[in-house]
Ligand binder design. Structure first.
Ligand code: HGY
Ligand code: MN
Ligand code: MN
Length: 409
């Protein structure tokens, strides 16, 4: 399987050069780079014997039909969009690895008693639009009118962006499949964390995906002259936001299992000689347990409003995304774990702190995630890395999993 792993490495490297921003990897929803990525991955799908289509939301869907009459469909997939200045494995691995695995099956002249669909979802990272999972929501029939009203930084709505890309009216799509037509969904993804590396394991399975809430906190005070306004008369929104950022860090540090992140801070019209009158910070709060995540969010927002009052500021919270903790399918996960034990000797089950398209697909069909070790647990960074050796293990696990699903010994 190692030559297949080498091919997978070359594909990941090539796809990793398809970017909207020269010198670093960034692919955002329906961007020119996403179009080029779909063309490249679509070719690889066709070479592996899949038929290829792209839906109006930009999802790339490869399908390998089974010769078995009345067969159900097994789904593989992940996202082809990236964060800004991303690594080349996050998302891409879950689309390219199944393509290579199916190409290997075809090379051996084998077929499967079920159809297989490999989906490259068009948006998972919520870089261009605040509400994530646009691709998997469309594919599973869960995209809502409210999603279509989201606006990007150029003030274009999601509907406008989709319709100008598709060149026609966009009707909210129905689910691509009915639940009874499906065998389940498997997402192969780098762990984006330190556990597999610490346990010296190449791969593992996911028991559940953590609960996640994201939103924006806007602090409003009063702009003023940096040179003439005495310190005790200021209502400095950025000072208030900064106090909150440090509070969020210490709040999460004090609570095991909780993570809280302020990833962006925006001072509209900010200038060095102006006291900031308005600041918006993003807030991302996650915990394996839903109730703990909700309680943490409430505590953080309460503190933000309390510190704002003390500073004679106003603080407004606007949620942009909320996903409950998503359990993976015990049955599908057990099958995947069996293949891991066959290939790796032992399997490890871990919780995913990162969100995945499986969160959305789980509403349509049972999901399982195969995690692959990544160096230093690093992700959302250009130095993201999974070794060819570990990729070879993951390929053998998927190969064994497919044989198991096909009832082959
Ligand atoms: O943020 C996440 O968990 C994922 O990488 N979108
Ligand atoms: Mn990501
Ligand atoms: Mn991802």
């Amino acid at each position: 399987m190692d030559d297949h792993a080498q091919r997978l490495v070359r594909m990941l490297d090539e796809l990793g050069r398809v970017t909207d921003e020269p010198g670093r990897l960034t692919r955002t929803f329906l961007s020119p780079a996403m179009e080029r990525a779909n063309l490249l991955v679509g070719d690889w799908m066709r070479e592996a014997g899949l038929t290829v289509r792209e839906d109006d939301t930009g999802n790339l869907i490869g399908r390998l039909e089974s010769p078995t009459p009345g067969a159900k469909t097994l789904l593989f997939g992940s996202h082809l969009d990236t964060v800004r200045n991303a690594g080349r494995f996050d998302g891409a691995l879950g689309v390219l690895l199944p393509i290579v695995a199916l190409a290997a099956l075809r090379q051996r002249g084998e077929s499967l008693p079920f159809h297989v669909e490999v989906i490259g979802f068009s948006e998972e990272e919520a870089v261009r639009f605040a509400g994530a999972y646009i691709g998997s929501k469309a594919y599973t029939g869960r995209l809502r009118v409210a999603d279509l009203k989201l606006r990007d930084s150029r003030n274009h709505t999601l509907r406008e962006v989709i319709e100008s890309h598709a060149g026609r009216h966009y009707a909210l799509p129905k689910a691509a499949h009915r639940p009874r037509e499906l065998l389940g969904y498997v997402e192969v993804h780098i762990e984006q964390g330190p556990v597999l590396e610490a346990k010296k394991l190449a791969v593992g399975v996911v028991s559940a995906i953590a609960s996640q809430t994201r939103g924006r906190l806007t602090f409003r005070g009063k702009a003023g002259h940096a040179g003439t306004t005495p310190m005790n008369l200021r209502r400095d929104a950025l000072a208030g936001a900064s106090e909150f950022v440090l509070f969020a860090e210490s709040y999460a540090r004090a609570r095991p299992g909780l993570v809280a992140t302020v990833g962006t801070i925006h001072v509209p019209g900010g200038a060095a000689n102006v006291i900031p009158g308005e600041v918006t910070v993003s807030l991302d709060v996650r915990h394996p347990n839903d109730a703990a995540c909700r309680a943490a969010l409430a505590g953080l927002v309460r503190h933000a409003q309390r510190l704002a009052r003390r500073r004679r500021l106003v603080c407004e919270w606007q949620p942009t995304m909320q996903h409950a903790a998503t359990p993976c399918s015990p049955a599908l996960t057990a099958r995947l774990a069996r293949s891991i034990r066959t290939v790796q000797g032992r399997s490890l089950s871990l919780v995913s702190g990162a969100g995945h398209d499986a969160v959305i697909v789980a509403a349509l069909t049972p999901v399982a995630l195969l995690f692959v070790r990544c160096r230093d647990g690093l992700s959302h960074h250009p130095d993201e890395y999974a070794s060819p050796k570990d990729l070879a293990v993951a390929l053998r696990v998927v190969d064994d999993f497919l044989s198991g699903m096909a009832g082959k010994p």
